[in-house]
Structure formats: structure tokens, C-alpha cells
Design a protein around this ligand. Structure first.
Ligand SMILES: CC(C)(COP(=O)(O)OP(=O)(O)OC[C@H]1O[C@@H](n2cnc3c(N)ncnc32)[C@H](O)[C@@H]1OP(=O)(O)O)[C@@H](O)C(=O)NCCC(=O)NCCS
Length: 331
């Protein structure tokens, strides 16, 4: 039998750069409360959210992703021509096809890159990091742009008390490539499709290949809440063990920004020492789904709470119900 060659593998992969994009328009709770008979106090107490940002009418998942990607490339001292794979995690791209990743490749000039979207909702960024880590070490890509980007403001039901205040827009990206030491721990991931109804965007709005219209996100808030606090602690522990580290080695915990009470519960469960910085970007960004982890990580870096080489624990979870976690080194 003829033996097939394999791509030349490399030993180690890690983050080379990080960049984000936050839309300009800040939307405080006060703008949303009337339609859902709520209050700023209730929203802050139950979710930790004070404000979020909404993209402008001319902004898209791809345009925000391109801005974040460009910032990540600058941070990595690379150009778009150095990228050979773009993986974009999103659930709010307007087209079923082509992918947002292909659009981003064209926008930034990554003409040598393969491009693919990942559909794992709020777990999408951590899923994409796992896929990129594997691709780099297997030698099928040298430098990968991993992007999480969402324009959730387009799919919110502003009359739904359980979701209207939760979500925001934005984008975050990392460049992943070969590093001298391993910079990404093994990804612990999974999905429970039997709970697919817990967070769902109505699928019957694809009409004759036209743009998606009138899709809105619906969520069984308590089901998701209980699932997250009941099982994500264990997922985080498994990611620490898989990476061969303990909570004491971690400089920051960057969970998906779903609800401040979920974050607080996971922090308690994991028993981090006081020195560990906790990402609380949700206060000003809301839940930005696939964009939330890189946005929150970048905020910690900008605030000086983490620096290059620090170990951070990332965990994404949401619709699917899907989850993914890994330890990574700050670029
Ligand atoms: C959405 C969420 C904040 C709601 O908080 P909650 O504490 O579960 O709220 P409940 O739905 O149990 O409602 C509690 C009470 O507040 C009321 N309420 C619900 N939404 C309200 C709102 N926006 N404003 C004011 N009151 C509200 C309810 O009517 C209920 O009143 P009652 O006790 O008199 O019946 C919470 O369930 C959550 O964050 N879930 C997870 C969301 C998530 O992570 N999603 C994305 C995952 S990727």
C-alpha cells in the first residue's frame, strides 16, 4: 500500500497576538427597561450588566471581525499575508453561506488563507482556539486567525424580559502560531444536543436563499443558568488537569461573560487564590457570545491585570448546549 505523507508537524503552538473591536454606541440599561417592565437595579442585581454596545447599521459581523483581526495582527507584528487559516466563531452572520470568515479574509487581504466559520455560539471562541491549536501543531496551518464576532442586536426580541437586556455586539481575535513552548493547554470540550431547545434561534426564516431576516434568539434562562453553574466548574477543573497546572498557577480566569452570578459561582467553586484576576467585562459589554472571551481578556490586559506570558483559564459555554475550556498563555 502507498503510504500517505503527512504535513510537517511542529511541537508547540500558542497565542501570538490579541486584538478587539467594540462598537461605539453604548446602550445603558435605562434604554431597554421600559419595554420589558424592568429596572436598572433588577438587571444589575440579576446579571451584573450595566451597559452594552450595539453596532451601527453599517457594521456587520465581518466588518467588526476584520477590525479585531487587524488589531490582533498588529499586536503579533504580522500582516494578513502571513495568515493561512481564518476560523471565525459566530451565530449572527447574516448569510447561511458564504462564511463570514471568507468575507473577513477578503476585507483584511488574507489572500493565502483558508476560511471557515464555527457554529458553537458562546462556546465558539474556545472551540476555535482548540481547532487552531491542532491545525498549527499538525502542520496544516502555520498561522491562524481565530475570531469571535457577533452582532446580536439584530436578533434580540426587545420585548422578551429574559433576553432583551443580556446581549451586546463586538469582536475579538487572536493569532495562533508556532511558539517555543506550548502556549495552549489541551481543549476540554463537549456538547449536549438533547438540550438544544434551551437556547435557540428560530430556524424557519431562511427564505429562498435570501438574507436571514426576523430571526430572534429565545432562551430558557434558568435551564442555562443551572447547567452552567452545575457543570462548568468541573469542565474548568478538567482543563487545568489536562494542562498539568493548578488554580494556583493561573493569573486570570476568563469565563464566557454570560451572567456575573455565573462567574461568581464558578470562581467560588474553583477556589482561586485572591491573586487571580477575574474577567468581569459583562458589566460594560453584556453577553457578546463568541466575542466575549477575547474582549474580556483584552480588557484585563489593557488594565494591566495580566501581562505577556501569564497563564489564563478560558471557558466558553452556551447554545448546543456546547462548552470548551483551555489554559492559555497571554501573548
Ligand atoms: C436571564 C436571567 C438573568 C434571569 O434571571 P433569573 O433570576 O433566572 O430570573 P427568573 O426568570 O427566575 O425570574 C425571576 C423573577 O424576575 C422576574 N423577571 C424576569 N425578567 C425580568 C426582568 N427583565 N426585569 C424584571 N423582572 C424580571 C420574573 O417575572 C420573576 O418574577 P416572579 O418571581 O414574581 O415570578 C438568568 O436566568 C440568566 O442569566 N440565565 C443564563 C443566561 C445565559 O447565560 N445565557 C446565555 C448563555 S450563553
Amino acid at each position: 500500500m502507498v503510504e500517505l505523507a503527512t504535513a510537517p508537524a511542529v511541537s508547540h503552538a500558542g497565542f501570538l497576538g490579541l486584538g478587539t473591536y467594540r462598537p461605539e454606541r453604548v446602550v445603558p440599561n435605562s434604554e431597554l427597561v421600559e419595554r420589558i417592565e424592568s429596572s436598572d437595579e433588577w438587571i444589575v442585581e440579576r446579571s451584573g450588566i450595566r451597559e452594552r454596545r450595539y453596532a451601527g447599521a453599517d457594521e456587520t459581523v465581518a466588518s467588526m471581525a476584520a477590525a479585531a483581526a487587524t488589531a490582533a495582527l498588529t499586536d503579533a507584528n504580522l500582516t494578513a499575508g502571513d495568515i493561512d487559516l481564518v476560523i471565525l466563531a459566530t451565530f449572527t452572520h447574516r448569510y447561511a453561506t458564504p462564511s463570514a470568515a471568507a468575507e473577513v479574509s477578503a476585507l483584511i487581504g488574507a489572500t493565502n488563507a483558508a476560511a471557515v466559520d464555527v457554529g458553537a455560539a458562546c462556546a465558539g471562541f474556545a472551540y476555535a482556539v482548540g481547532l487552531a491549536d491542532g491545525a498549527v501543531r499538525a502542520g496544516t496551518a502555520k498561522r491562524v486567525l481565530v475570531i469571535g464576532a457577533e452582532k446580536i442586536s439584530e436578533v434580540i426580541d426587545f420585548d422578551d424580559r429574559g433576553t432583551a437586556f443580556l446581549f451586546g455586539d463586538g469582536a475579538g481575535a487572536v493569532v495562533i502560531g508556532q511558539t517555543p513552548e506550548q502556549g495552549i493547554g489541551p481543549t476540554v470540550w463537549g456538547a449536549d444536543g438533547s438540550q438544544m431547545d434551551a437556547i435557540i434561534m428560530n430556524p424557519d426564516t431562511f427564505t429562498a436563499g435570501k438574507e436571514k431576516t426576523n430571526s430572534v434568539l429565545t432562551m430558557q434562562g434558568q435551564t442555562v443558568f443551572r447547567w452552567a453553574i452545575g457543570s462548568m466548574g468541573d469542565v474548568c477543573q478538567r482543563a487545568l488537569v489536562a494542562a498539568g497546572v493548578t488554580a494556583d498557577d493561573i493569573c486570570a480566569f476568563v469565563p464566557h461573560q454570560a451572567n456575573m452570578r455565573i462567574t461568581n459561582s464558578l470562581v467560588k467553586n474553583l477556589g482561586f487564590p485572591e491573586s487571580v484576576a477575574i474577567a468581569r467585562d459583562i458589566e460594560n459589554a453584556g453577553n457578546t457570545s463568541a466575542a466575549s472571551i477575547p474582549l474580556a481578556l483584552d480588557r484585563l490586559r489593557q488594565n494591566g491585570e495580566v501581562t505577556s506570558g501569564d497563564l489564563v483559564l478560558l471557558v466558553g459555554f452556551g447554545a448546543g448546549l456546547a462548552f470548551a475550556a483551555q489554559v492559555a498563555r497571554v501573548p
